[in-house]
Design a protein around this ligand. Structure first.
Ligand code: PLP
Length: 457
């Protein structure tokens, strides 16, 4: 660091040097960043020493909270022993093998093999490529169309951004390059007909999906991607009966189901995987975030034999499975992930989640009476509060008011970091959070809601 840099604050240097993801870049030059220096438990601290509840576990990932020394040690030990090796061309190392074995043993349905990558986007991108490779292997090169839902979030690479069904991931990027078939977002509160039960709504969505597959031609439709609970789209919990009904349609037309467990995996919904919570039988599962508690970048794609068999055959025919990332299965990340999975098992993370989940869910539900709140929803330790201008008609606020962002900014002033997706505020705290911490977090959120309400009335 030269002396000029030493005299300037981190915030000033940030504004001059960092291109920020998911940020209004022009506004950033005016408001600058919040500089986070360290974390402990479910809290992070800024450079002025102020502490914040991390109500979204960072980016839905830091399940074990901050300061978990066992993960630090696992990384350090692996760094010393083998800081890098790869899995290309018949090479392997112990952390990768142990991780894949553990994941296969945990899988909620029989899975055959695990592919390791560095991010959720890469895992979903790999799923897309396997779908295409398999189709060629099976002599069905036209069966490569994929279905994803409105408001889905599956990543931001050129290919996975097409799966993602949120306008700001397409706008001005000239995306999607390849259209995907866009199925309905299963949000009962917003999109069900008046008096339509959850089951009836789910049946209608399954019928609509069948009509879409028939319109496209079943021999051209390869796979359906779904997050068990849609995260970045606004924490949409599927309506009763949804996945079994959707799965029946997919089975009928030989369409693979890819469960994107990047957020839901590893206990977030109260079971180890969202697929278990909602009765899904996936052919592929993508995992990231909680896989290493966010301590190291790593993701995994699990595939069943139905997928692996033809893919393996095809690679034998061609001579290579021509896909892989330099950092896929990175030994340090894999070692951290193995240690994370051990901690989940030893500390019975599911028992912990289920013990405190009612405190979060009941606490969120208690906001239903608030004048700004249209719906609260959630399961396990993921939830959301949707703000509306008119409770009876469910009319949203004028977007220019930025009510979601306003509430989140106020919550931050009260020491809680949350995330607004439009006018929905999401909650996904570290899984280790205590009942008392949840109550404190929600109390502060309530103050933020009241203040925002006071401002607009
Ligand atoms: N899938 C889901 C459900 C996600 O929530 C995310 C990220 O938030 C991704 C995929 C993409 O993961 P990454 O940001 O690691 O590429």
């Amino acid at each position: 660091m030269d002396s000029r840099a030493r005299n300037r604050t981190t915030a000033e240097r940030d504004v001059d040097s960092v291109l920020h993801p998911y940020t209004n870049l022009i506004r950033h030059q005016e408001v600058g960043p919040l500089v986070i220096t360290h974390g402990k438990g479910v809290k992070v601290f800024d450079e002025a020493g102020r502490d914040y509840f991390e109500g979204l576990a960072g980016l839905w990932c830091t399940s074990l909270g901050w300061g978990e020394e066992r993960l630090v040690e696992a990384a350090a030990a692996q760094m010393r022993k083998l800081p890098f090796y790869h899995l290309f061309s018949h090479k392997t190392h112990d952390p990768a093998v142990e991780l894949c074995e553990r994941l296969l043993a945990m899988a909620p349905v029989p899975m055959s093999k695990v592919f390791l990558a560095g991010s959720g986007s890469e895992a979903n991108d790999t799923a897309l490529k396997l779908i295409r490779y398999r189709a060629h292997a099976l002599g069905q090169p036209n069966k490569i169309k994929v279905i994803a839902r409105d408001k889905a979030y599956h990543g931001v690479t050129v290919a996975t951004a097409a799966l993602t069904g949120l306008p700001n991931n397409h706008r001005s990027f000239g995306l999607p390059v390849d259209e995907v078939i866009r199925a309905a977002c299963p949000h009962h509160y917003r999109f069900a007909r008046p008096d339509e039960s959850e089951e009836a709504y789910s049946s209608r969505l399954a019928t609509e999906l069948e009509a879409q597959i028939l319109k496209e031609g079943p021999d051209t439709v390869a796979a359906f991607f779904a997050e068990p609970v849609m995260g970045a789209g606004g924490v949409i919990v599927p309506p009763a009966g949804y996945f079994p009904k959707i799965q029946a349609v997919l089975d009928k037309y030989d369409v693979l189901l890819v469960a994107d467990e990047v957020i839901c995996g590893f206990g977030r919904t109260g079971k180890m995987f969202g697929t278990e919570t909602f009765g899904i039988r996936p052919d592929m599962m993508t995992l990231a975030k909680g896989l290493s508690s966010g301590y190291a970048p790593i993701s995994a794609l699990m595939v069943n034999q139905r997928v692996y068999g033809p893919v393996a055959e095809e690679s034998g025919r061609i001579g290579v499975f021509g896909h892989g990332y330099t950092y896929g299965g990175h030994p340090v990340s894999a070692a951290v992930a193995v240690e994370t999975l051990k901690i989940y098992a030893e500390r019975d993370i599911l028992a912990q989640v289920n013990a405190v989940a009612p405190v979060l869910q009941d606490g969120l539900a208690a906001f239903r009476g608030h004048p700004l709140v249209g719906e609260t929803r959630g399961v396990g330790l993921i939830g959301a509060v949707e703000l509306v201008a008119d409770k009876a008609s469910k009319a949203p606020f004028d977007a220019a008011l930025g009510i979601g962002a306003r509430v989140v900014a106020k919550a931050q002033a009260h020491g809680v970091i949350l995330r607004a997706m439009g006018d929905t505020v999401a909650f996904a705290p570290p899984l280790i959070i205590s009942a008392e911490e949840i109550r404190d977090l929600l109390r502060r959120f309530g103050q933020a809601l009241d203040e925002a309400h006071g401002e607009i009335t």
